[in-house]
Ligand binder design. Structure first.
Ligand SMILES: *Cc1c(COP(=O)(O)O)cnc(C)c1O
Length: 353
């Protein structure tokens, strides 16, 4: 039980007193066939009406999949929008502080900077785990970002560390589980009701294969969701995205098969990558990407570009010197990568002999 956490103390004063925009469709409930309330074009073309502002059909399906109530869900135009909403609801610009444990997903810092927040930039340790002591020394921060599995390092954060922080950090904790479907550990969604300070983020962009529709899922106590709903843009999820998401979510088996294939590919690739002499480290991965440390990351990156293969060069980031992040592709794409790596191995071995 976290005795230090008090949601009311964290909400921004202007958000507390805000009367949210009420859309035509918010005010109406029930069934009707004549809609003369929103100045839409009445001629039916499937998208002439505004979308459902609360995305109830989609939330119903997601609540079944996640085992939560619809009141515990908020959807965003990508999880990136939910990150921004949380910052705007709880953090006072030029005054409040958020904690980011680097190296991690770059959007946390950008979103915090856009909102003019103070950033407490802490380092992950040698195993890419957060420094609990340093975090609790900054217990005046409004918000802590944790990413598990972490991007770009690929590791899970130890469950005991997450639990310790959830029970002793004074502010809100955003736990970003964008890659949890590829991981051995279970999501913390099942324990959400034990943690009033927890906001879990998931996304349809990775395991569910729908990066193009931009759909992020925020899960938290209904009190937190209520605050976020106050500041949510009324029609933030468009009709086409809601329909596509429902369609794909109706076939859980398809995604599960793809996830299994990607995990198999990943584990095979980790073994293969370790054989190259220019690869100094293949970091363990619980995600759909692999972080490797090589002898000359920029050189390898450029060679791959010349061969038409793009990976993510992370070598300019502190603690990630000479590191590249490689997404798991199809078996054929991964074979192309290995062909290119064999070419690189040749130039590399001739030079060092
Ligand atoms: C890819 C990714 C996301 C997904 O963001 P969307 O806006 O939902 O596409 C979120 N968090 C992390 C850590 C990611 O790597």
């Amino acid at each position: 039980m976290n005795t230090k956490f008090n949601l009311e103390n964290l909400i921004r004063a202007n958000v507390k007193t805000l009367s949210p925009y009420s859309s035509a469709r918010d005010e109406f409930s029930g069934t009707s066939s004549v809609f003369l309330d929103a100045n839409e074009n009445p001629f039916n073309n499937r998208i002439n009406r505004y979308p459902d502002p609360q995305q109830w059909d989609l939330k119903k399906r997601l609540s079944e999949i996640k085992g939560l109530s619809k009141a515990n869900l908020i959807l965003g135009n990508g999880s990136d929008e939910i990150i921004d909403m949380v910052l705007r609801a709880f953090c006072e610009p030029s005054k409040d502080k958020v904690i980011i444990c680097n190296p991690t997903y770059g959007m946390y810092q950008v979103a915090a900077q856009i909102n003019d927040l103070k950033i407490c930039d802490l380092k992950l340790d040698a195993n890419f785990q957060p420094d609990v002591k340093a975090i609790l020394e900054n217990n005046d921060a409004k918000l802590l970002f944790l990413c598990s599995p972490n991007n770009p390092t690929g590791n899970l954060i130890d469950r005991e560390i997450i639990e310790e922080l959830l029970s002793s950090f004074k502010g809100l904790i955003i736990l970003d589980e964008a890659y949890i479907d590829f991981a051995a550990d279970a999501s913390l969604v099942k324990e959400l009701d034990q943690y009033p300070n927890l906001i879990i983020l998931q996304t349809l962009s990775k395991a569910w294969g729908m990066a193009g529709i931009r759909l992020g899922i925020g899960m938290a106590s209904c009190e937190i969701i209520e605050v976020l709903n106050k500041i949510k843009p009324p029609y933030n999820i468009n009709t086409l995205s809601q329909e596509k998401a429902l369609e794909r979510l109706s076939d859980e088996k398809k995604s599960q098969t793809e996830i299994r294939l990607l995990i198999e590919e990943r584990d095979g690739m980790i073994k293969e990558l370790r054989r190259f002499s220019f690869v100094e480290n293949v970091f363990p991965s619980q995600a759909n990407f692999i972080l490797i440390r090589v002898v000359d990351a920029n050189k390898l990156y450029n060679l791959l570009i010349d061969m038409g293969i793009v990976v993510r060069n992370r070598s300019s980031i502190s603690q990630l010197e000479n590191c590249l992040r490689i997404s798991i592709g199809t078996a054929a794409e991964n074979q192309s990568l290995f062909k290119a790596l064999k070419e690189f191995e040749k130039t590399f071995t001739t030079q060092t002999q």
